[in-house]
Design a protein around this ligand. Structure first.
Ligand code: FAD
Ligand code: EPU
Length: 346
């Protein structure tokens, strides 16, 4: 375990907002994580595991210990039908994607350029361009922090859903993810169902071409957190009943929507926010991104209060205009525990 002298969280989350923790530690092994949870000096303090902080908003200073997960290591085993990868939770997600493409092990190309650590990827079942983590995840290794008991969950036990999993519910705060297992089939089939990829010919396109196109489109639309602080899509795309979707379509015939397998419909939150004329809208240093209304950015010197006030206004305007309530995807941290916009506004 490493103890950092630094207490500022600005460089440990992608919004880049100035907040402090009581202590920042680095865990390089499962044993480090368990030792921190059992250490007398940290026992009564709140503790938070952080990967790269690309889905986090610190709403105030954190009155506890931030533990950076830096468990590394990638092992590849090959069977006649697939490559099996066992990857440490602290590995960088995009580096993993790059390495698999370079080694001709396709399957992760649609998920290129998503920031964050591999160990965070199952938590919200990261997804982009028609693929979700659940499609290639074989297992997730976890440790119970209070006891040090290690176990392996099958993908099914992870209860993956849209931006959701067991790690946001039953296993939240009690367990840490230490490694993720992937299965990349040698019978690779390109997934080119999503808009900008539909131009490819499925019989000739390579994984590298899909990887490059995904990177190109993402660089065009999404702000680079190194330049403009942000946490990706701030809100989830709302899932509504087919009746509500059809009612909205009569009023807004160009509204994008996608039917889900259970009969409900997913709307595009970015489109809803955009239609409300909120692109470029700014409160203090927080701004609705000009190229993608679903992303709130730190346009310079934003404090958490600016982001929260802007988020509250977006929710309120979209609710008044469309009767649809947006829920944030970004995880909000208060001084000692997770919180949410509703609780903050109460
Ligand atoms: P963090 O933000 O550090 O942590 C997120 C949560 O997980 C926190 O609650 C934390 O306590 C918990 N946690 C982290 N590691 C562990 C662990 N090992 N064990 C237990 N709990 C843990 N997401 C998508 O799904 N699709 C996208 O296309 C996408 N695009 C993005 C684009 C940009 C520009 C940005 C900034 C974000 C984007 N995101 C996207 C969101 C983000 O990249 C993902 O949610 C990512 O998986 C977060 O990884 P992280 O390591 O930064 O997690
Ligand atoms: N749109 C607008 N105006 C905007 C933004 C979007 O009209 O300002 C419209 C687009 O034209 C399109 C629709 O809304 O018709 C959907 O937009 P896009 O394809 O850009 O995707 P998204 O729904 O905004 C989702 C994910 C992203 C993921 C992309 C690509 C969520 C919350 N977001 O965004 O994930 O990268 O699809 O698959 O599901 C993230 O989770 O952080 C994230 C970036």
């Amino acid at each position: 375990m490493k103890v950092l002298q630094e207490r500022s969280l600005a460089s440990f989350h992608t919004f880049g907002i100035e907040t402090q923790a009581q202590q920042i530690l680095v865990a390089e092994s499962t044993a480090d994580l368990v030792a921190i949870w059992q250490d007398e000096q940290y026992r009564t303090m709140p503790k938070l595991i952080v990967g790269q902080g690309s889905n986090l908003l610190f709403c105030e200073d954190y009155a506890g210990v931030v533990v950076l997960n830096r468990i590394v290591g990638i092992t590849v085993t090959e069977t006649p039908s697939a490559y099996h990868l066992h990857v440490g939770a602290g590995e960088d997600w995009h580096q993993l994607v790059c390495e698999t493409i370079a080694r001709n092990m396709p399957g992760l190309e649609n998920l290129a350029l998503i920031p964050g650590c591999v160990g965070s990827s199952p938590i919200q079942n990261i997804g982009a361009y028609g693929v979700e983590l659940k499609d290639i995840c074989q297992y997730v290794d976890i440790v119970e922090l209070a006891t040090g008991k290690e176990s392996r969950l099958t993908a099914e036990a992870c209860q993956f859903g849209y931006r959701d999993s067991v790690f946001k519910h039953q296993l939240k705060e009690t367990h840490a993810i230490t490694a993720v297992g992937f299965v990349l089939s040698k019978d690779w089939q390109p997934n080119i169902s999503y808009g900008p990829l539909a131009k490819f010919d499925a019989s000739t396109v390579s994984a590298k071409e899909i990887f490059e196109e995904v990177c190109r489109v993402r660089r065009e639309k999404l702000p680079d957190p190194a330049v403009l602080g942000n946490a990706g899509s701030f809100f989830k795309n709302p899932v509504v009943s087919r009746e509500l979707r059809d009612k909205l379509l009569t009023q807004y015939p160009t509204m994008p929507s996608y039917e889900m397998s259970d009969g409900s419909c997913k709307l595009a939150a970015g489109w809803l926010i955009d239609q409300c004329g909120l692109k470029g809208h700014q409160i203090g240093g927080a701004k609705v991104h000009e190229q993608q209304a679903l992303v709130l950015v730190n346009a310079g010197g934003a404090c958490a209060g600016d982001v929260l006030a802007l988020a509250a206004e977006v929710v309120s305007v979209v609710q008044q205009t469309f009767g649809v309530r947006l829920v944030h995807e970004v995880r909000f941290m208060a001084a000692a525990q997770e919180t949410d916009l509703q609780e903050i506004l109460r």
